[in-house]
Design a protein around this ligand. Structure first.
Ligand SMILES: Cc1cc2nc3c(=O)[nH]c(=O)nc-3n(C[C@H](O)[C@H](O)[C@H](O)COP(=O)(O)OP(=O)(O)OC[C@H]3O[C@@H](n4cnc5c(N)ncnc54)[C@H](O)[C@@H]3O)c2cc1C
Length: 477
């Protein structure tokens, strides 16, 4: 099988941002190639994932759906096929913004391949993009190393969806990153079956004050404990974290590594009638102070995370209610990187913008995720200096955050878009929103023969197509 060597749009990296970008670009009429270093698509969603809350945060604290488009489409298709759970509007989580819309990550990965076929996206897998081709400050394509040798592929627009801005860095775009000792820790996640959920639920109902609660405005912790005491379905919990007395015992007995707290998420498996509930542990290892741009640091982190998860799994089996017969069903094949470089784009989204629920004329999507909730190594797991969008609403994501300074014909989507540290847009729903927008923008630039920066002058067509593709840009807080 042979493919073209020239494309309208080349997407580098097939994680959540990359697959959304490729689908959106092809739907907007561009001849599109998606290049991925692995044999599977999905990145941290299903290869080195899933993230515990996959998906979540599609609603703001008012309960308004603020995120649609490709993420909603994939959720609906998987729900129709029995591989997802409905958007959760449970008493426990409603009004928190932190509501779940769980999908089965393995069926998600299969669906994405179908969507590549349906939309005529060309794929190049097992191919590592190693550089960009440039003429002056214009990116003209990419260089790729494959088992068949090096390829040079041309494109009118390249989209960097590598998660860590690898291509933007190669292209010479300015980036920002906190010093490596302050980076959020890396993790290897794993999933367990064989859990006695009645036992887990009994414990939670008996000790609700030991669970970290979702932040529901106007509801006191005591009222939340009352809700937890009458909880009947494990799905209503979504995330279960805290277990403070158990953690203390494990720590006192020197049987915990101390790099994170105790807790887990849930994962749907099987059809609705024979649904199994798995526990997904993504806070069981934390490796701080290591750079995603240093292979020696990455190697150290892979070893250290594996050391920690063995300690964690033993402690879970011994101390956690319901986990006595637990066994591991899925071990992620590689480290997941929580934090890396962010590009410096034509606009830098800030913590204050999130707090102000700021609206922008070049809106390409929304987010209700609070700013500042960093992971920290230590039993607290997550720092608490968060700020929510005002009035329980959401803020806009401006198109300019996807356009790196100093380089032309390049867009960035996913984790590495232009934000300050607290407004980091690394969560699944955010990466699919920015991926979809970058895909449409790139297709438009290719069609109109303009650069992504020139598109900033008039984003009306971009916004029109995004809305036709289901994206939510207006009409919510
Ligand atoms: C431990 C952990 C827990 C998390 N928990 C949650 C959570 O609960 N909820 C949530 O919403 N989010 C969570 N996240 C965040 C979220 O999972 C990721 O930030 C998001 O999936 C990133 O998407 P992306 O497309 O930007 O990057 P990625 O998913 O990392 O995709 C990048 C893709 O690019 C490919 N690639 C990289 N370099 C190259 C190259 N040179 N050539 C070719 N291909 C390349 C990679 O193989 C990968 O497929 C978590 C992240 C981590 C690390």
């Amino acid at each position: 099988m042979s493919y073209a060597s020239e494309y309208d749009v080349i997407v580098c990296g097939g994680g959540t941002s990359g697959v959304a970008a490729a689908i959106a670009s092809a739907r907007a009429g561009a001849k599109t190639l998606l290049i991925e270093r692995l044999g599977a698509l999905g990145g941290q969603m299903n290869v080195s994932g899933p993230p515990g809350f996959s998906y979540a945060w599609l609603f703001n604290q008012r309960g308004e759906q603020i995120i649609g488009g490709i993420i909603e489409e994939t959720h609906k298709r998987l729900l129709d096929e029995g591989h997802a759970l409905p958007h959760d509007h449970t008493e426990y989580r409603e009004g928190s913004g932190f509501t779940f819309s769980y999908v089965d990550p393995d069926w998600w990965g299969l669906l994405i391949f179908n969507m590549m076929d349906e939309n005529d996206v060309d794929l190049l897998l097992h191919a590592m993009v190693v550089d960009v081709l440039k003429e002056g400050d214009k990116v003209t394509g990419v260089a790729v190393e494959t088992v068949g040798g090096r390829l040079e592929l041309k494109a009118k627009v390249v989209i960097d969806c590598t998660g860590e801005a690898y291509m933007a860095v190669r292209a010479g775009a300015p980036t920002d990153m906190v010093p490596r000792e302050h980076l959020q820790p890396h993790t290897i996640a794993f999933t367990c079956d064989g859990i006695d959920w009645d036992e887990v639920l009994d414990w939670v109902r008996a000790h609700p004050e030991e669970i970290v609660h979702p932040d529901v405005p106007g509801r006191s912790p005591e009222e939340t404990c009352k809700v937890l005491r009458r909880i009947e379905n494990v799905w209503d919990l979504g995330e279960i974290r805290g277990f403070t007395s158990i953690l203390k015992k494990v720590m006192d007995n020197n049987e915990w590594h101390g790099m994170s707290g105790m807790g887990f998420f849930l994962m749907p498996k099987g059809d609705p009638k024979n649904r199994r509930v798995l526990a997904h542990l993504q806070h069981a290892s934390h490796v701080p102070g290591r750079s995603p741009y240093d292979p020696w640091d990455l190697t150290y982190s892979e070893r250290e995370a594996r050391r920690q998860i063995q300690i964690a799994f033993k402690a879970f089996k011994k101390y956690m209610p319901g986990f006595k017969n637990a066994y591991i069903t899925r071990m992620c094949t590689e480290l997941r990187i929580r934090e890396g470089k962010r590009i410096v784009g034509d606009y830098i989204l800030t913590r204050q913008d999130v707090a102000d629920a700021k609206k922008f004329p070049d809106v390409i999507g929304k987010s209700g995720f609070p700013a500042g909730g960093h992971h920290v190594p230590g039993t607290d797991t997550i720092a608490t200096d968060v700020v929510w969008p005002k009035d329980r609403g959401s803020h806009d994501i401006p198109y300019r955050c996807l356009v790196p300074q100093k380089v032309e014909n390049l867009l960035v989507a996913g984790k590495a878009i232009s934000t300050d540290r607290d407004a980091y847009h690394r969560f699944l729903q955010q990466t699919m929103v920015t991926g979809q927008a970058a895909g449409v923008a790139a297709a438009l630039c290719a069609k109109q023969n303009i650069t992504p920066r020139e598109l900033e002058k008039d984003v009306s067509e971009l916004q029109k197509i995004l809305q036709e593709q289901g994206a939510i840009l207006y009409g919510t807080h």
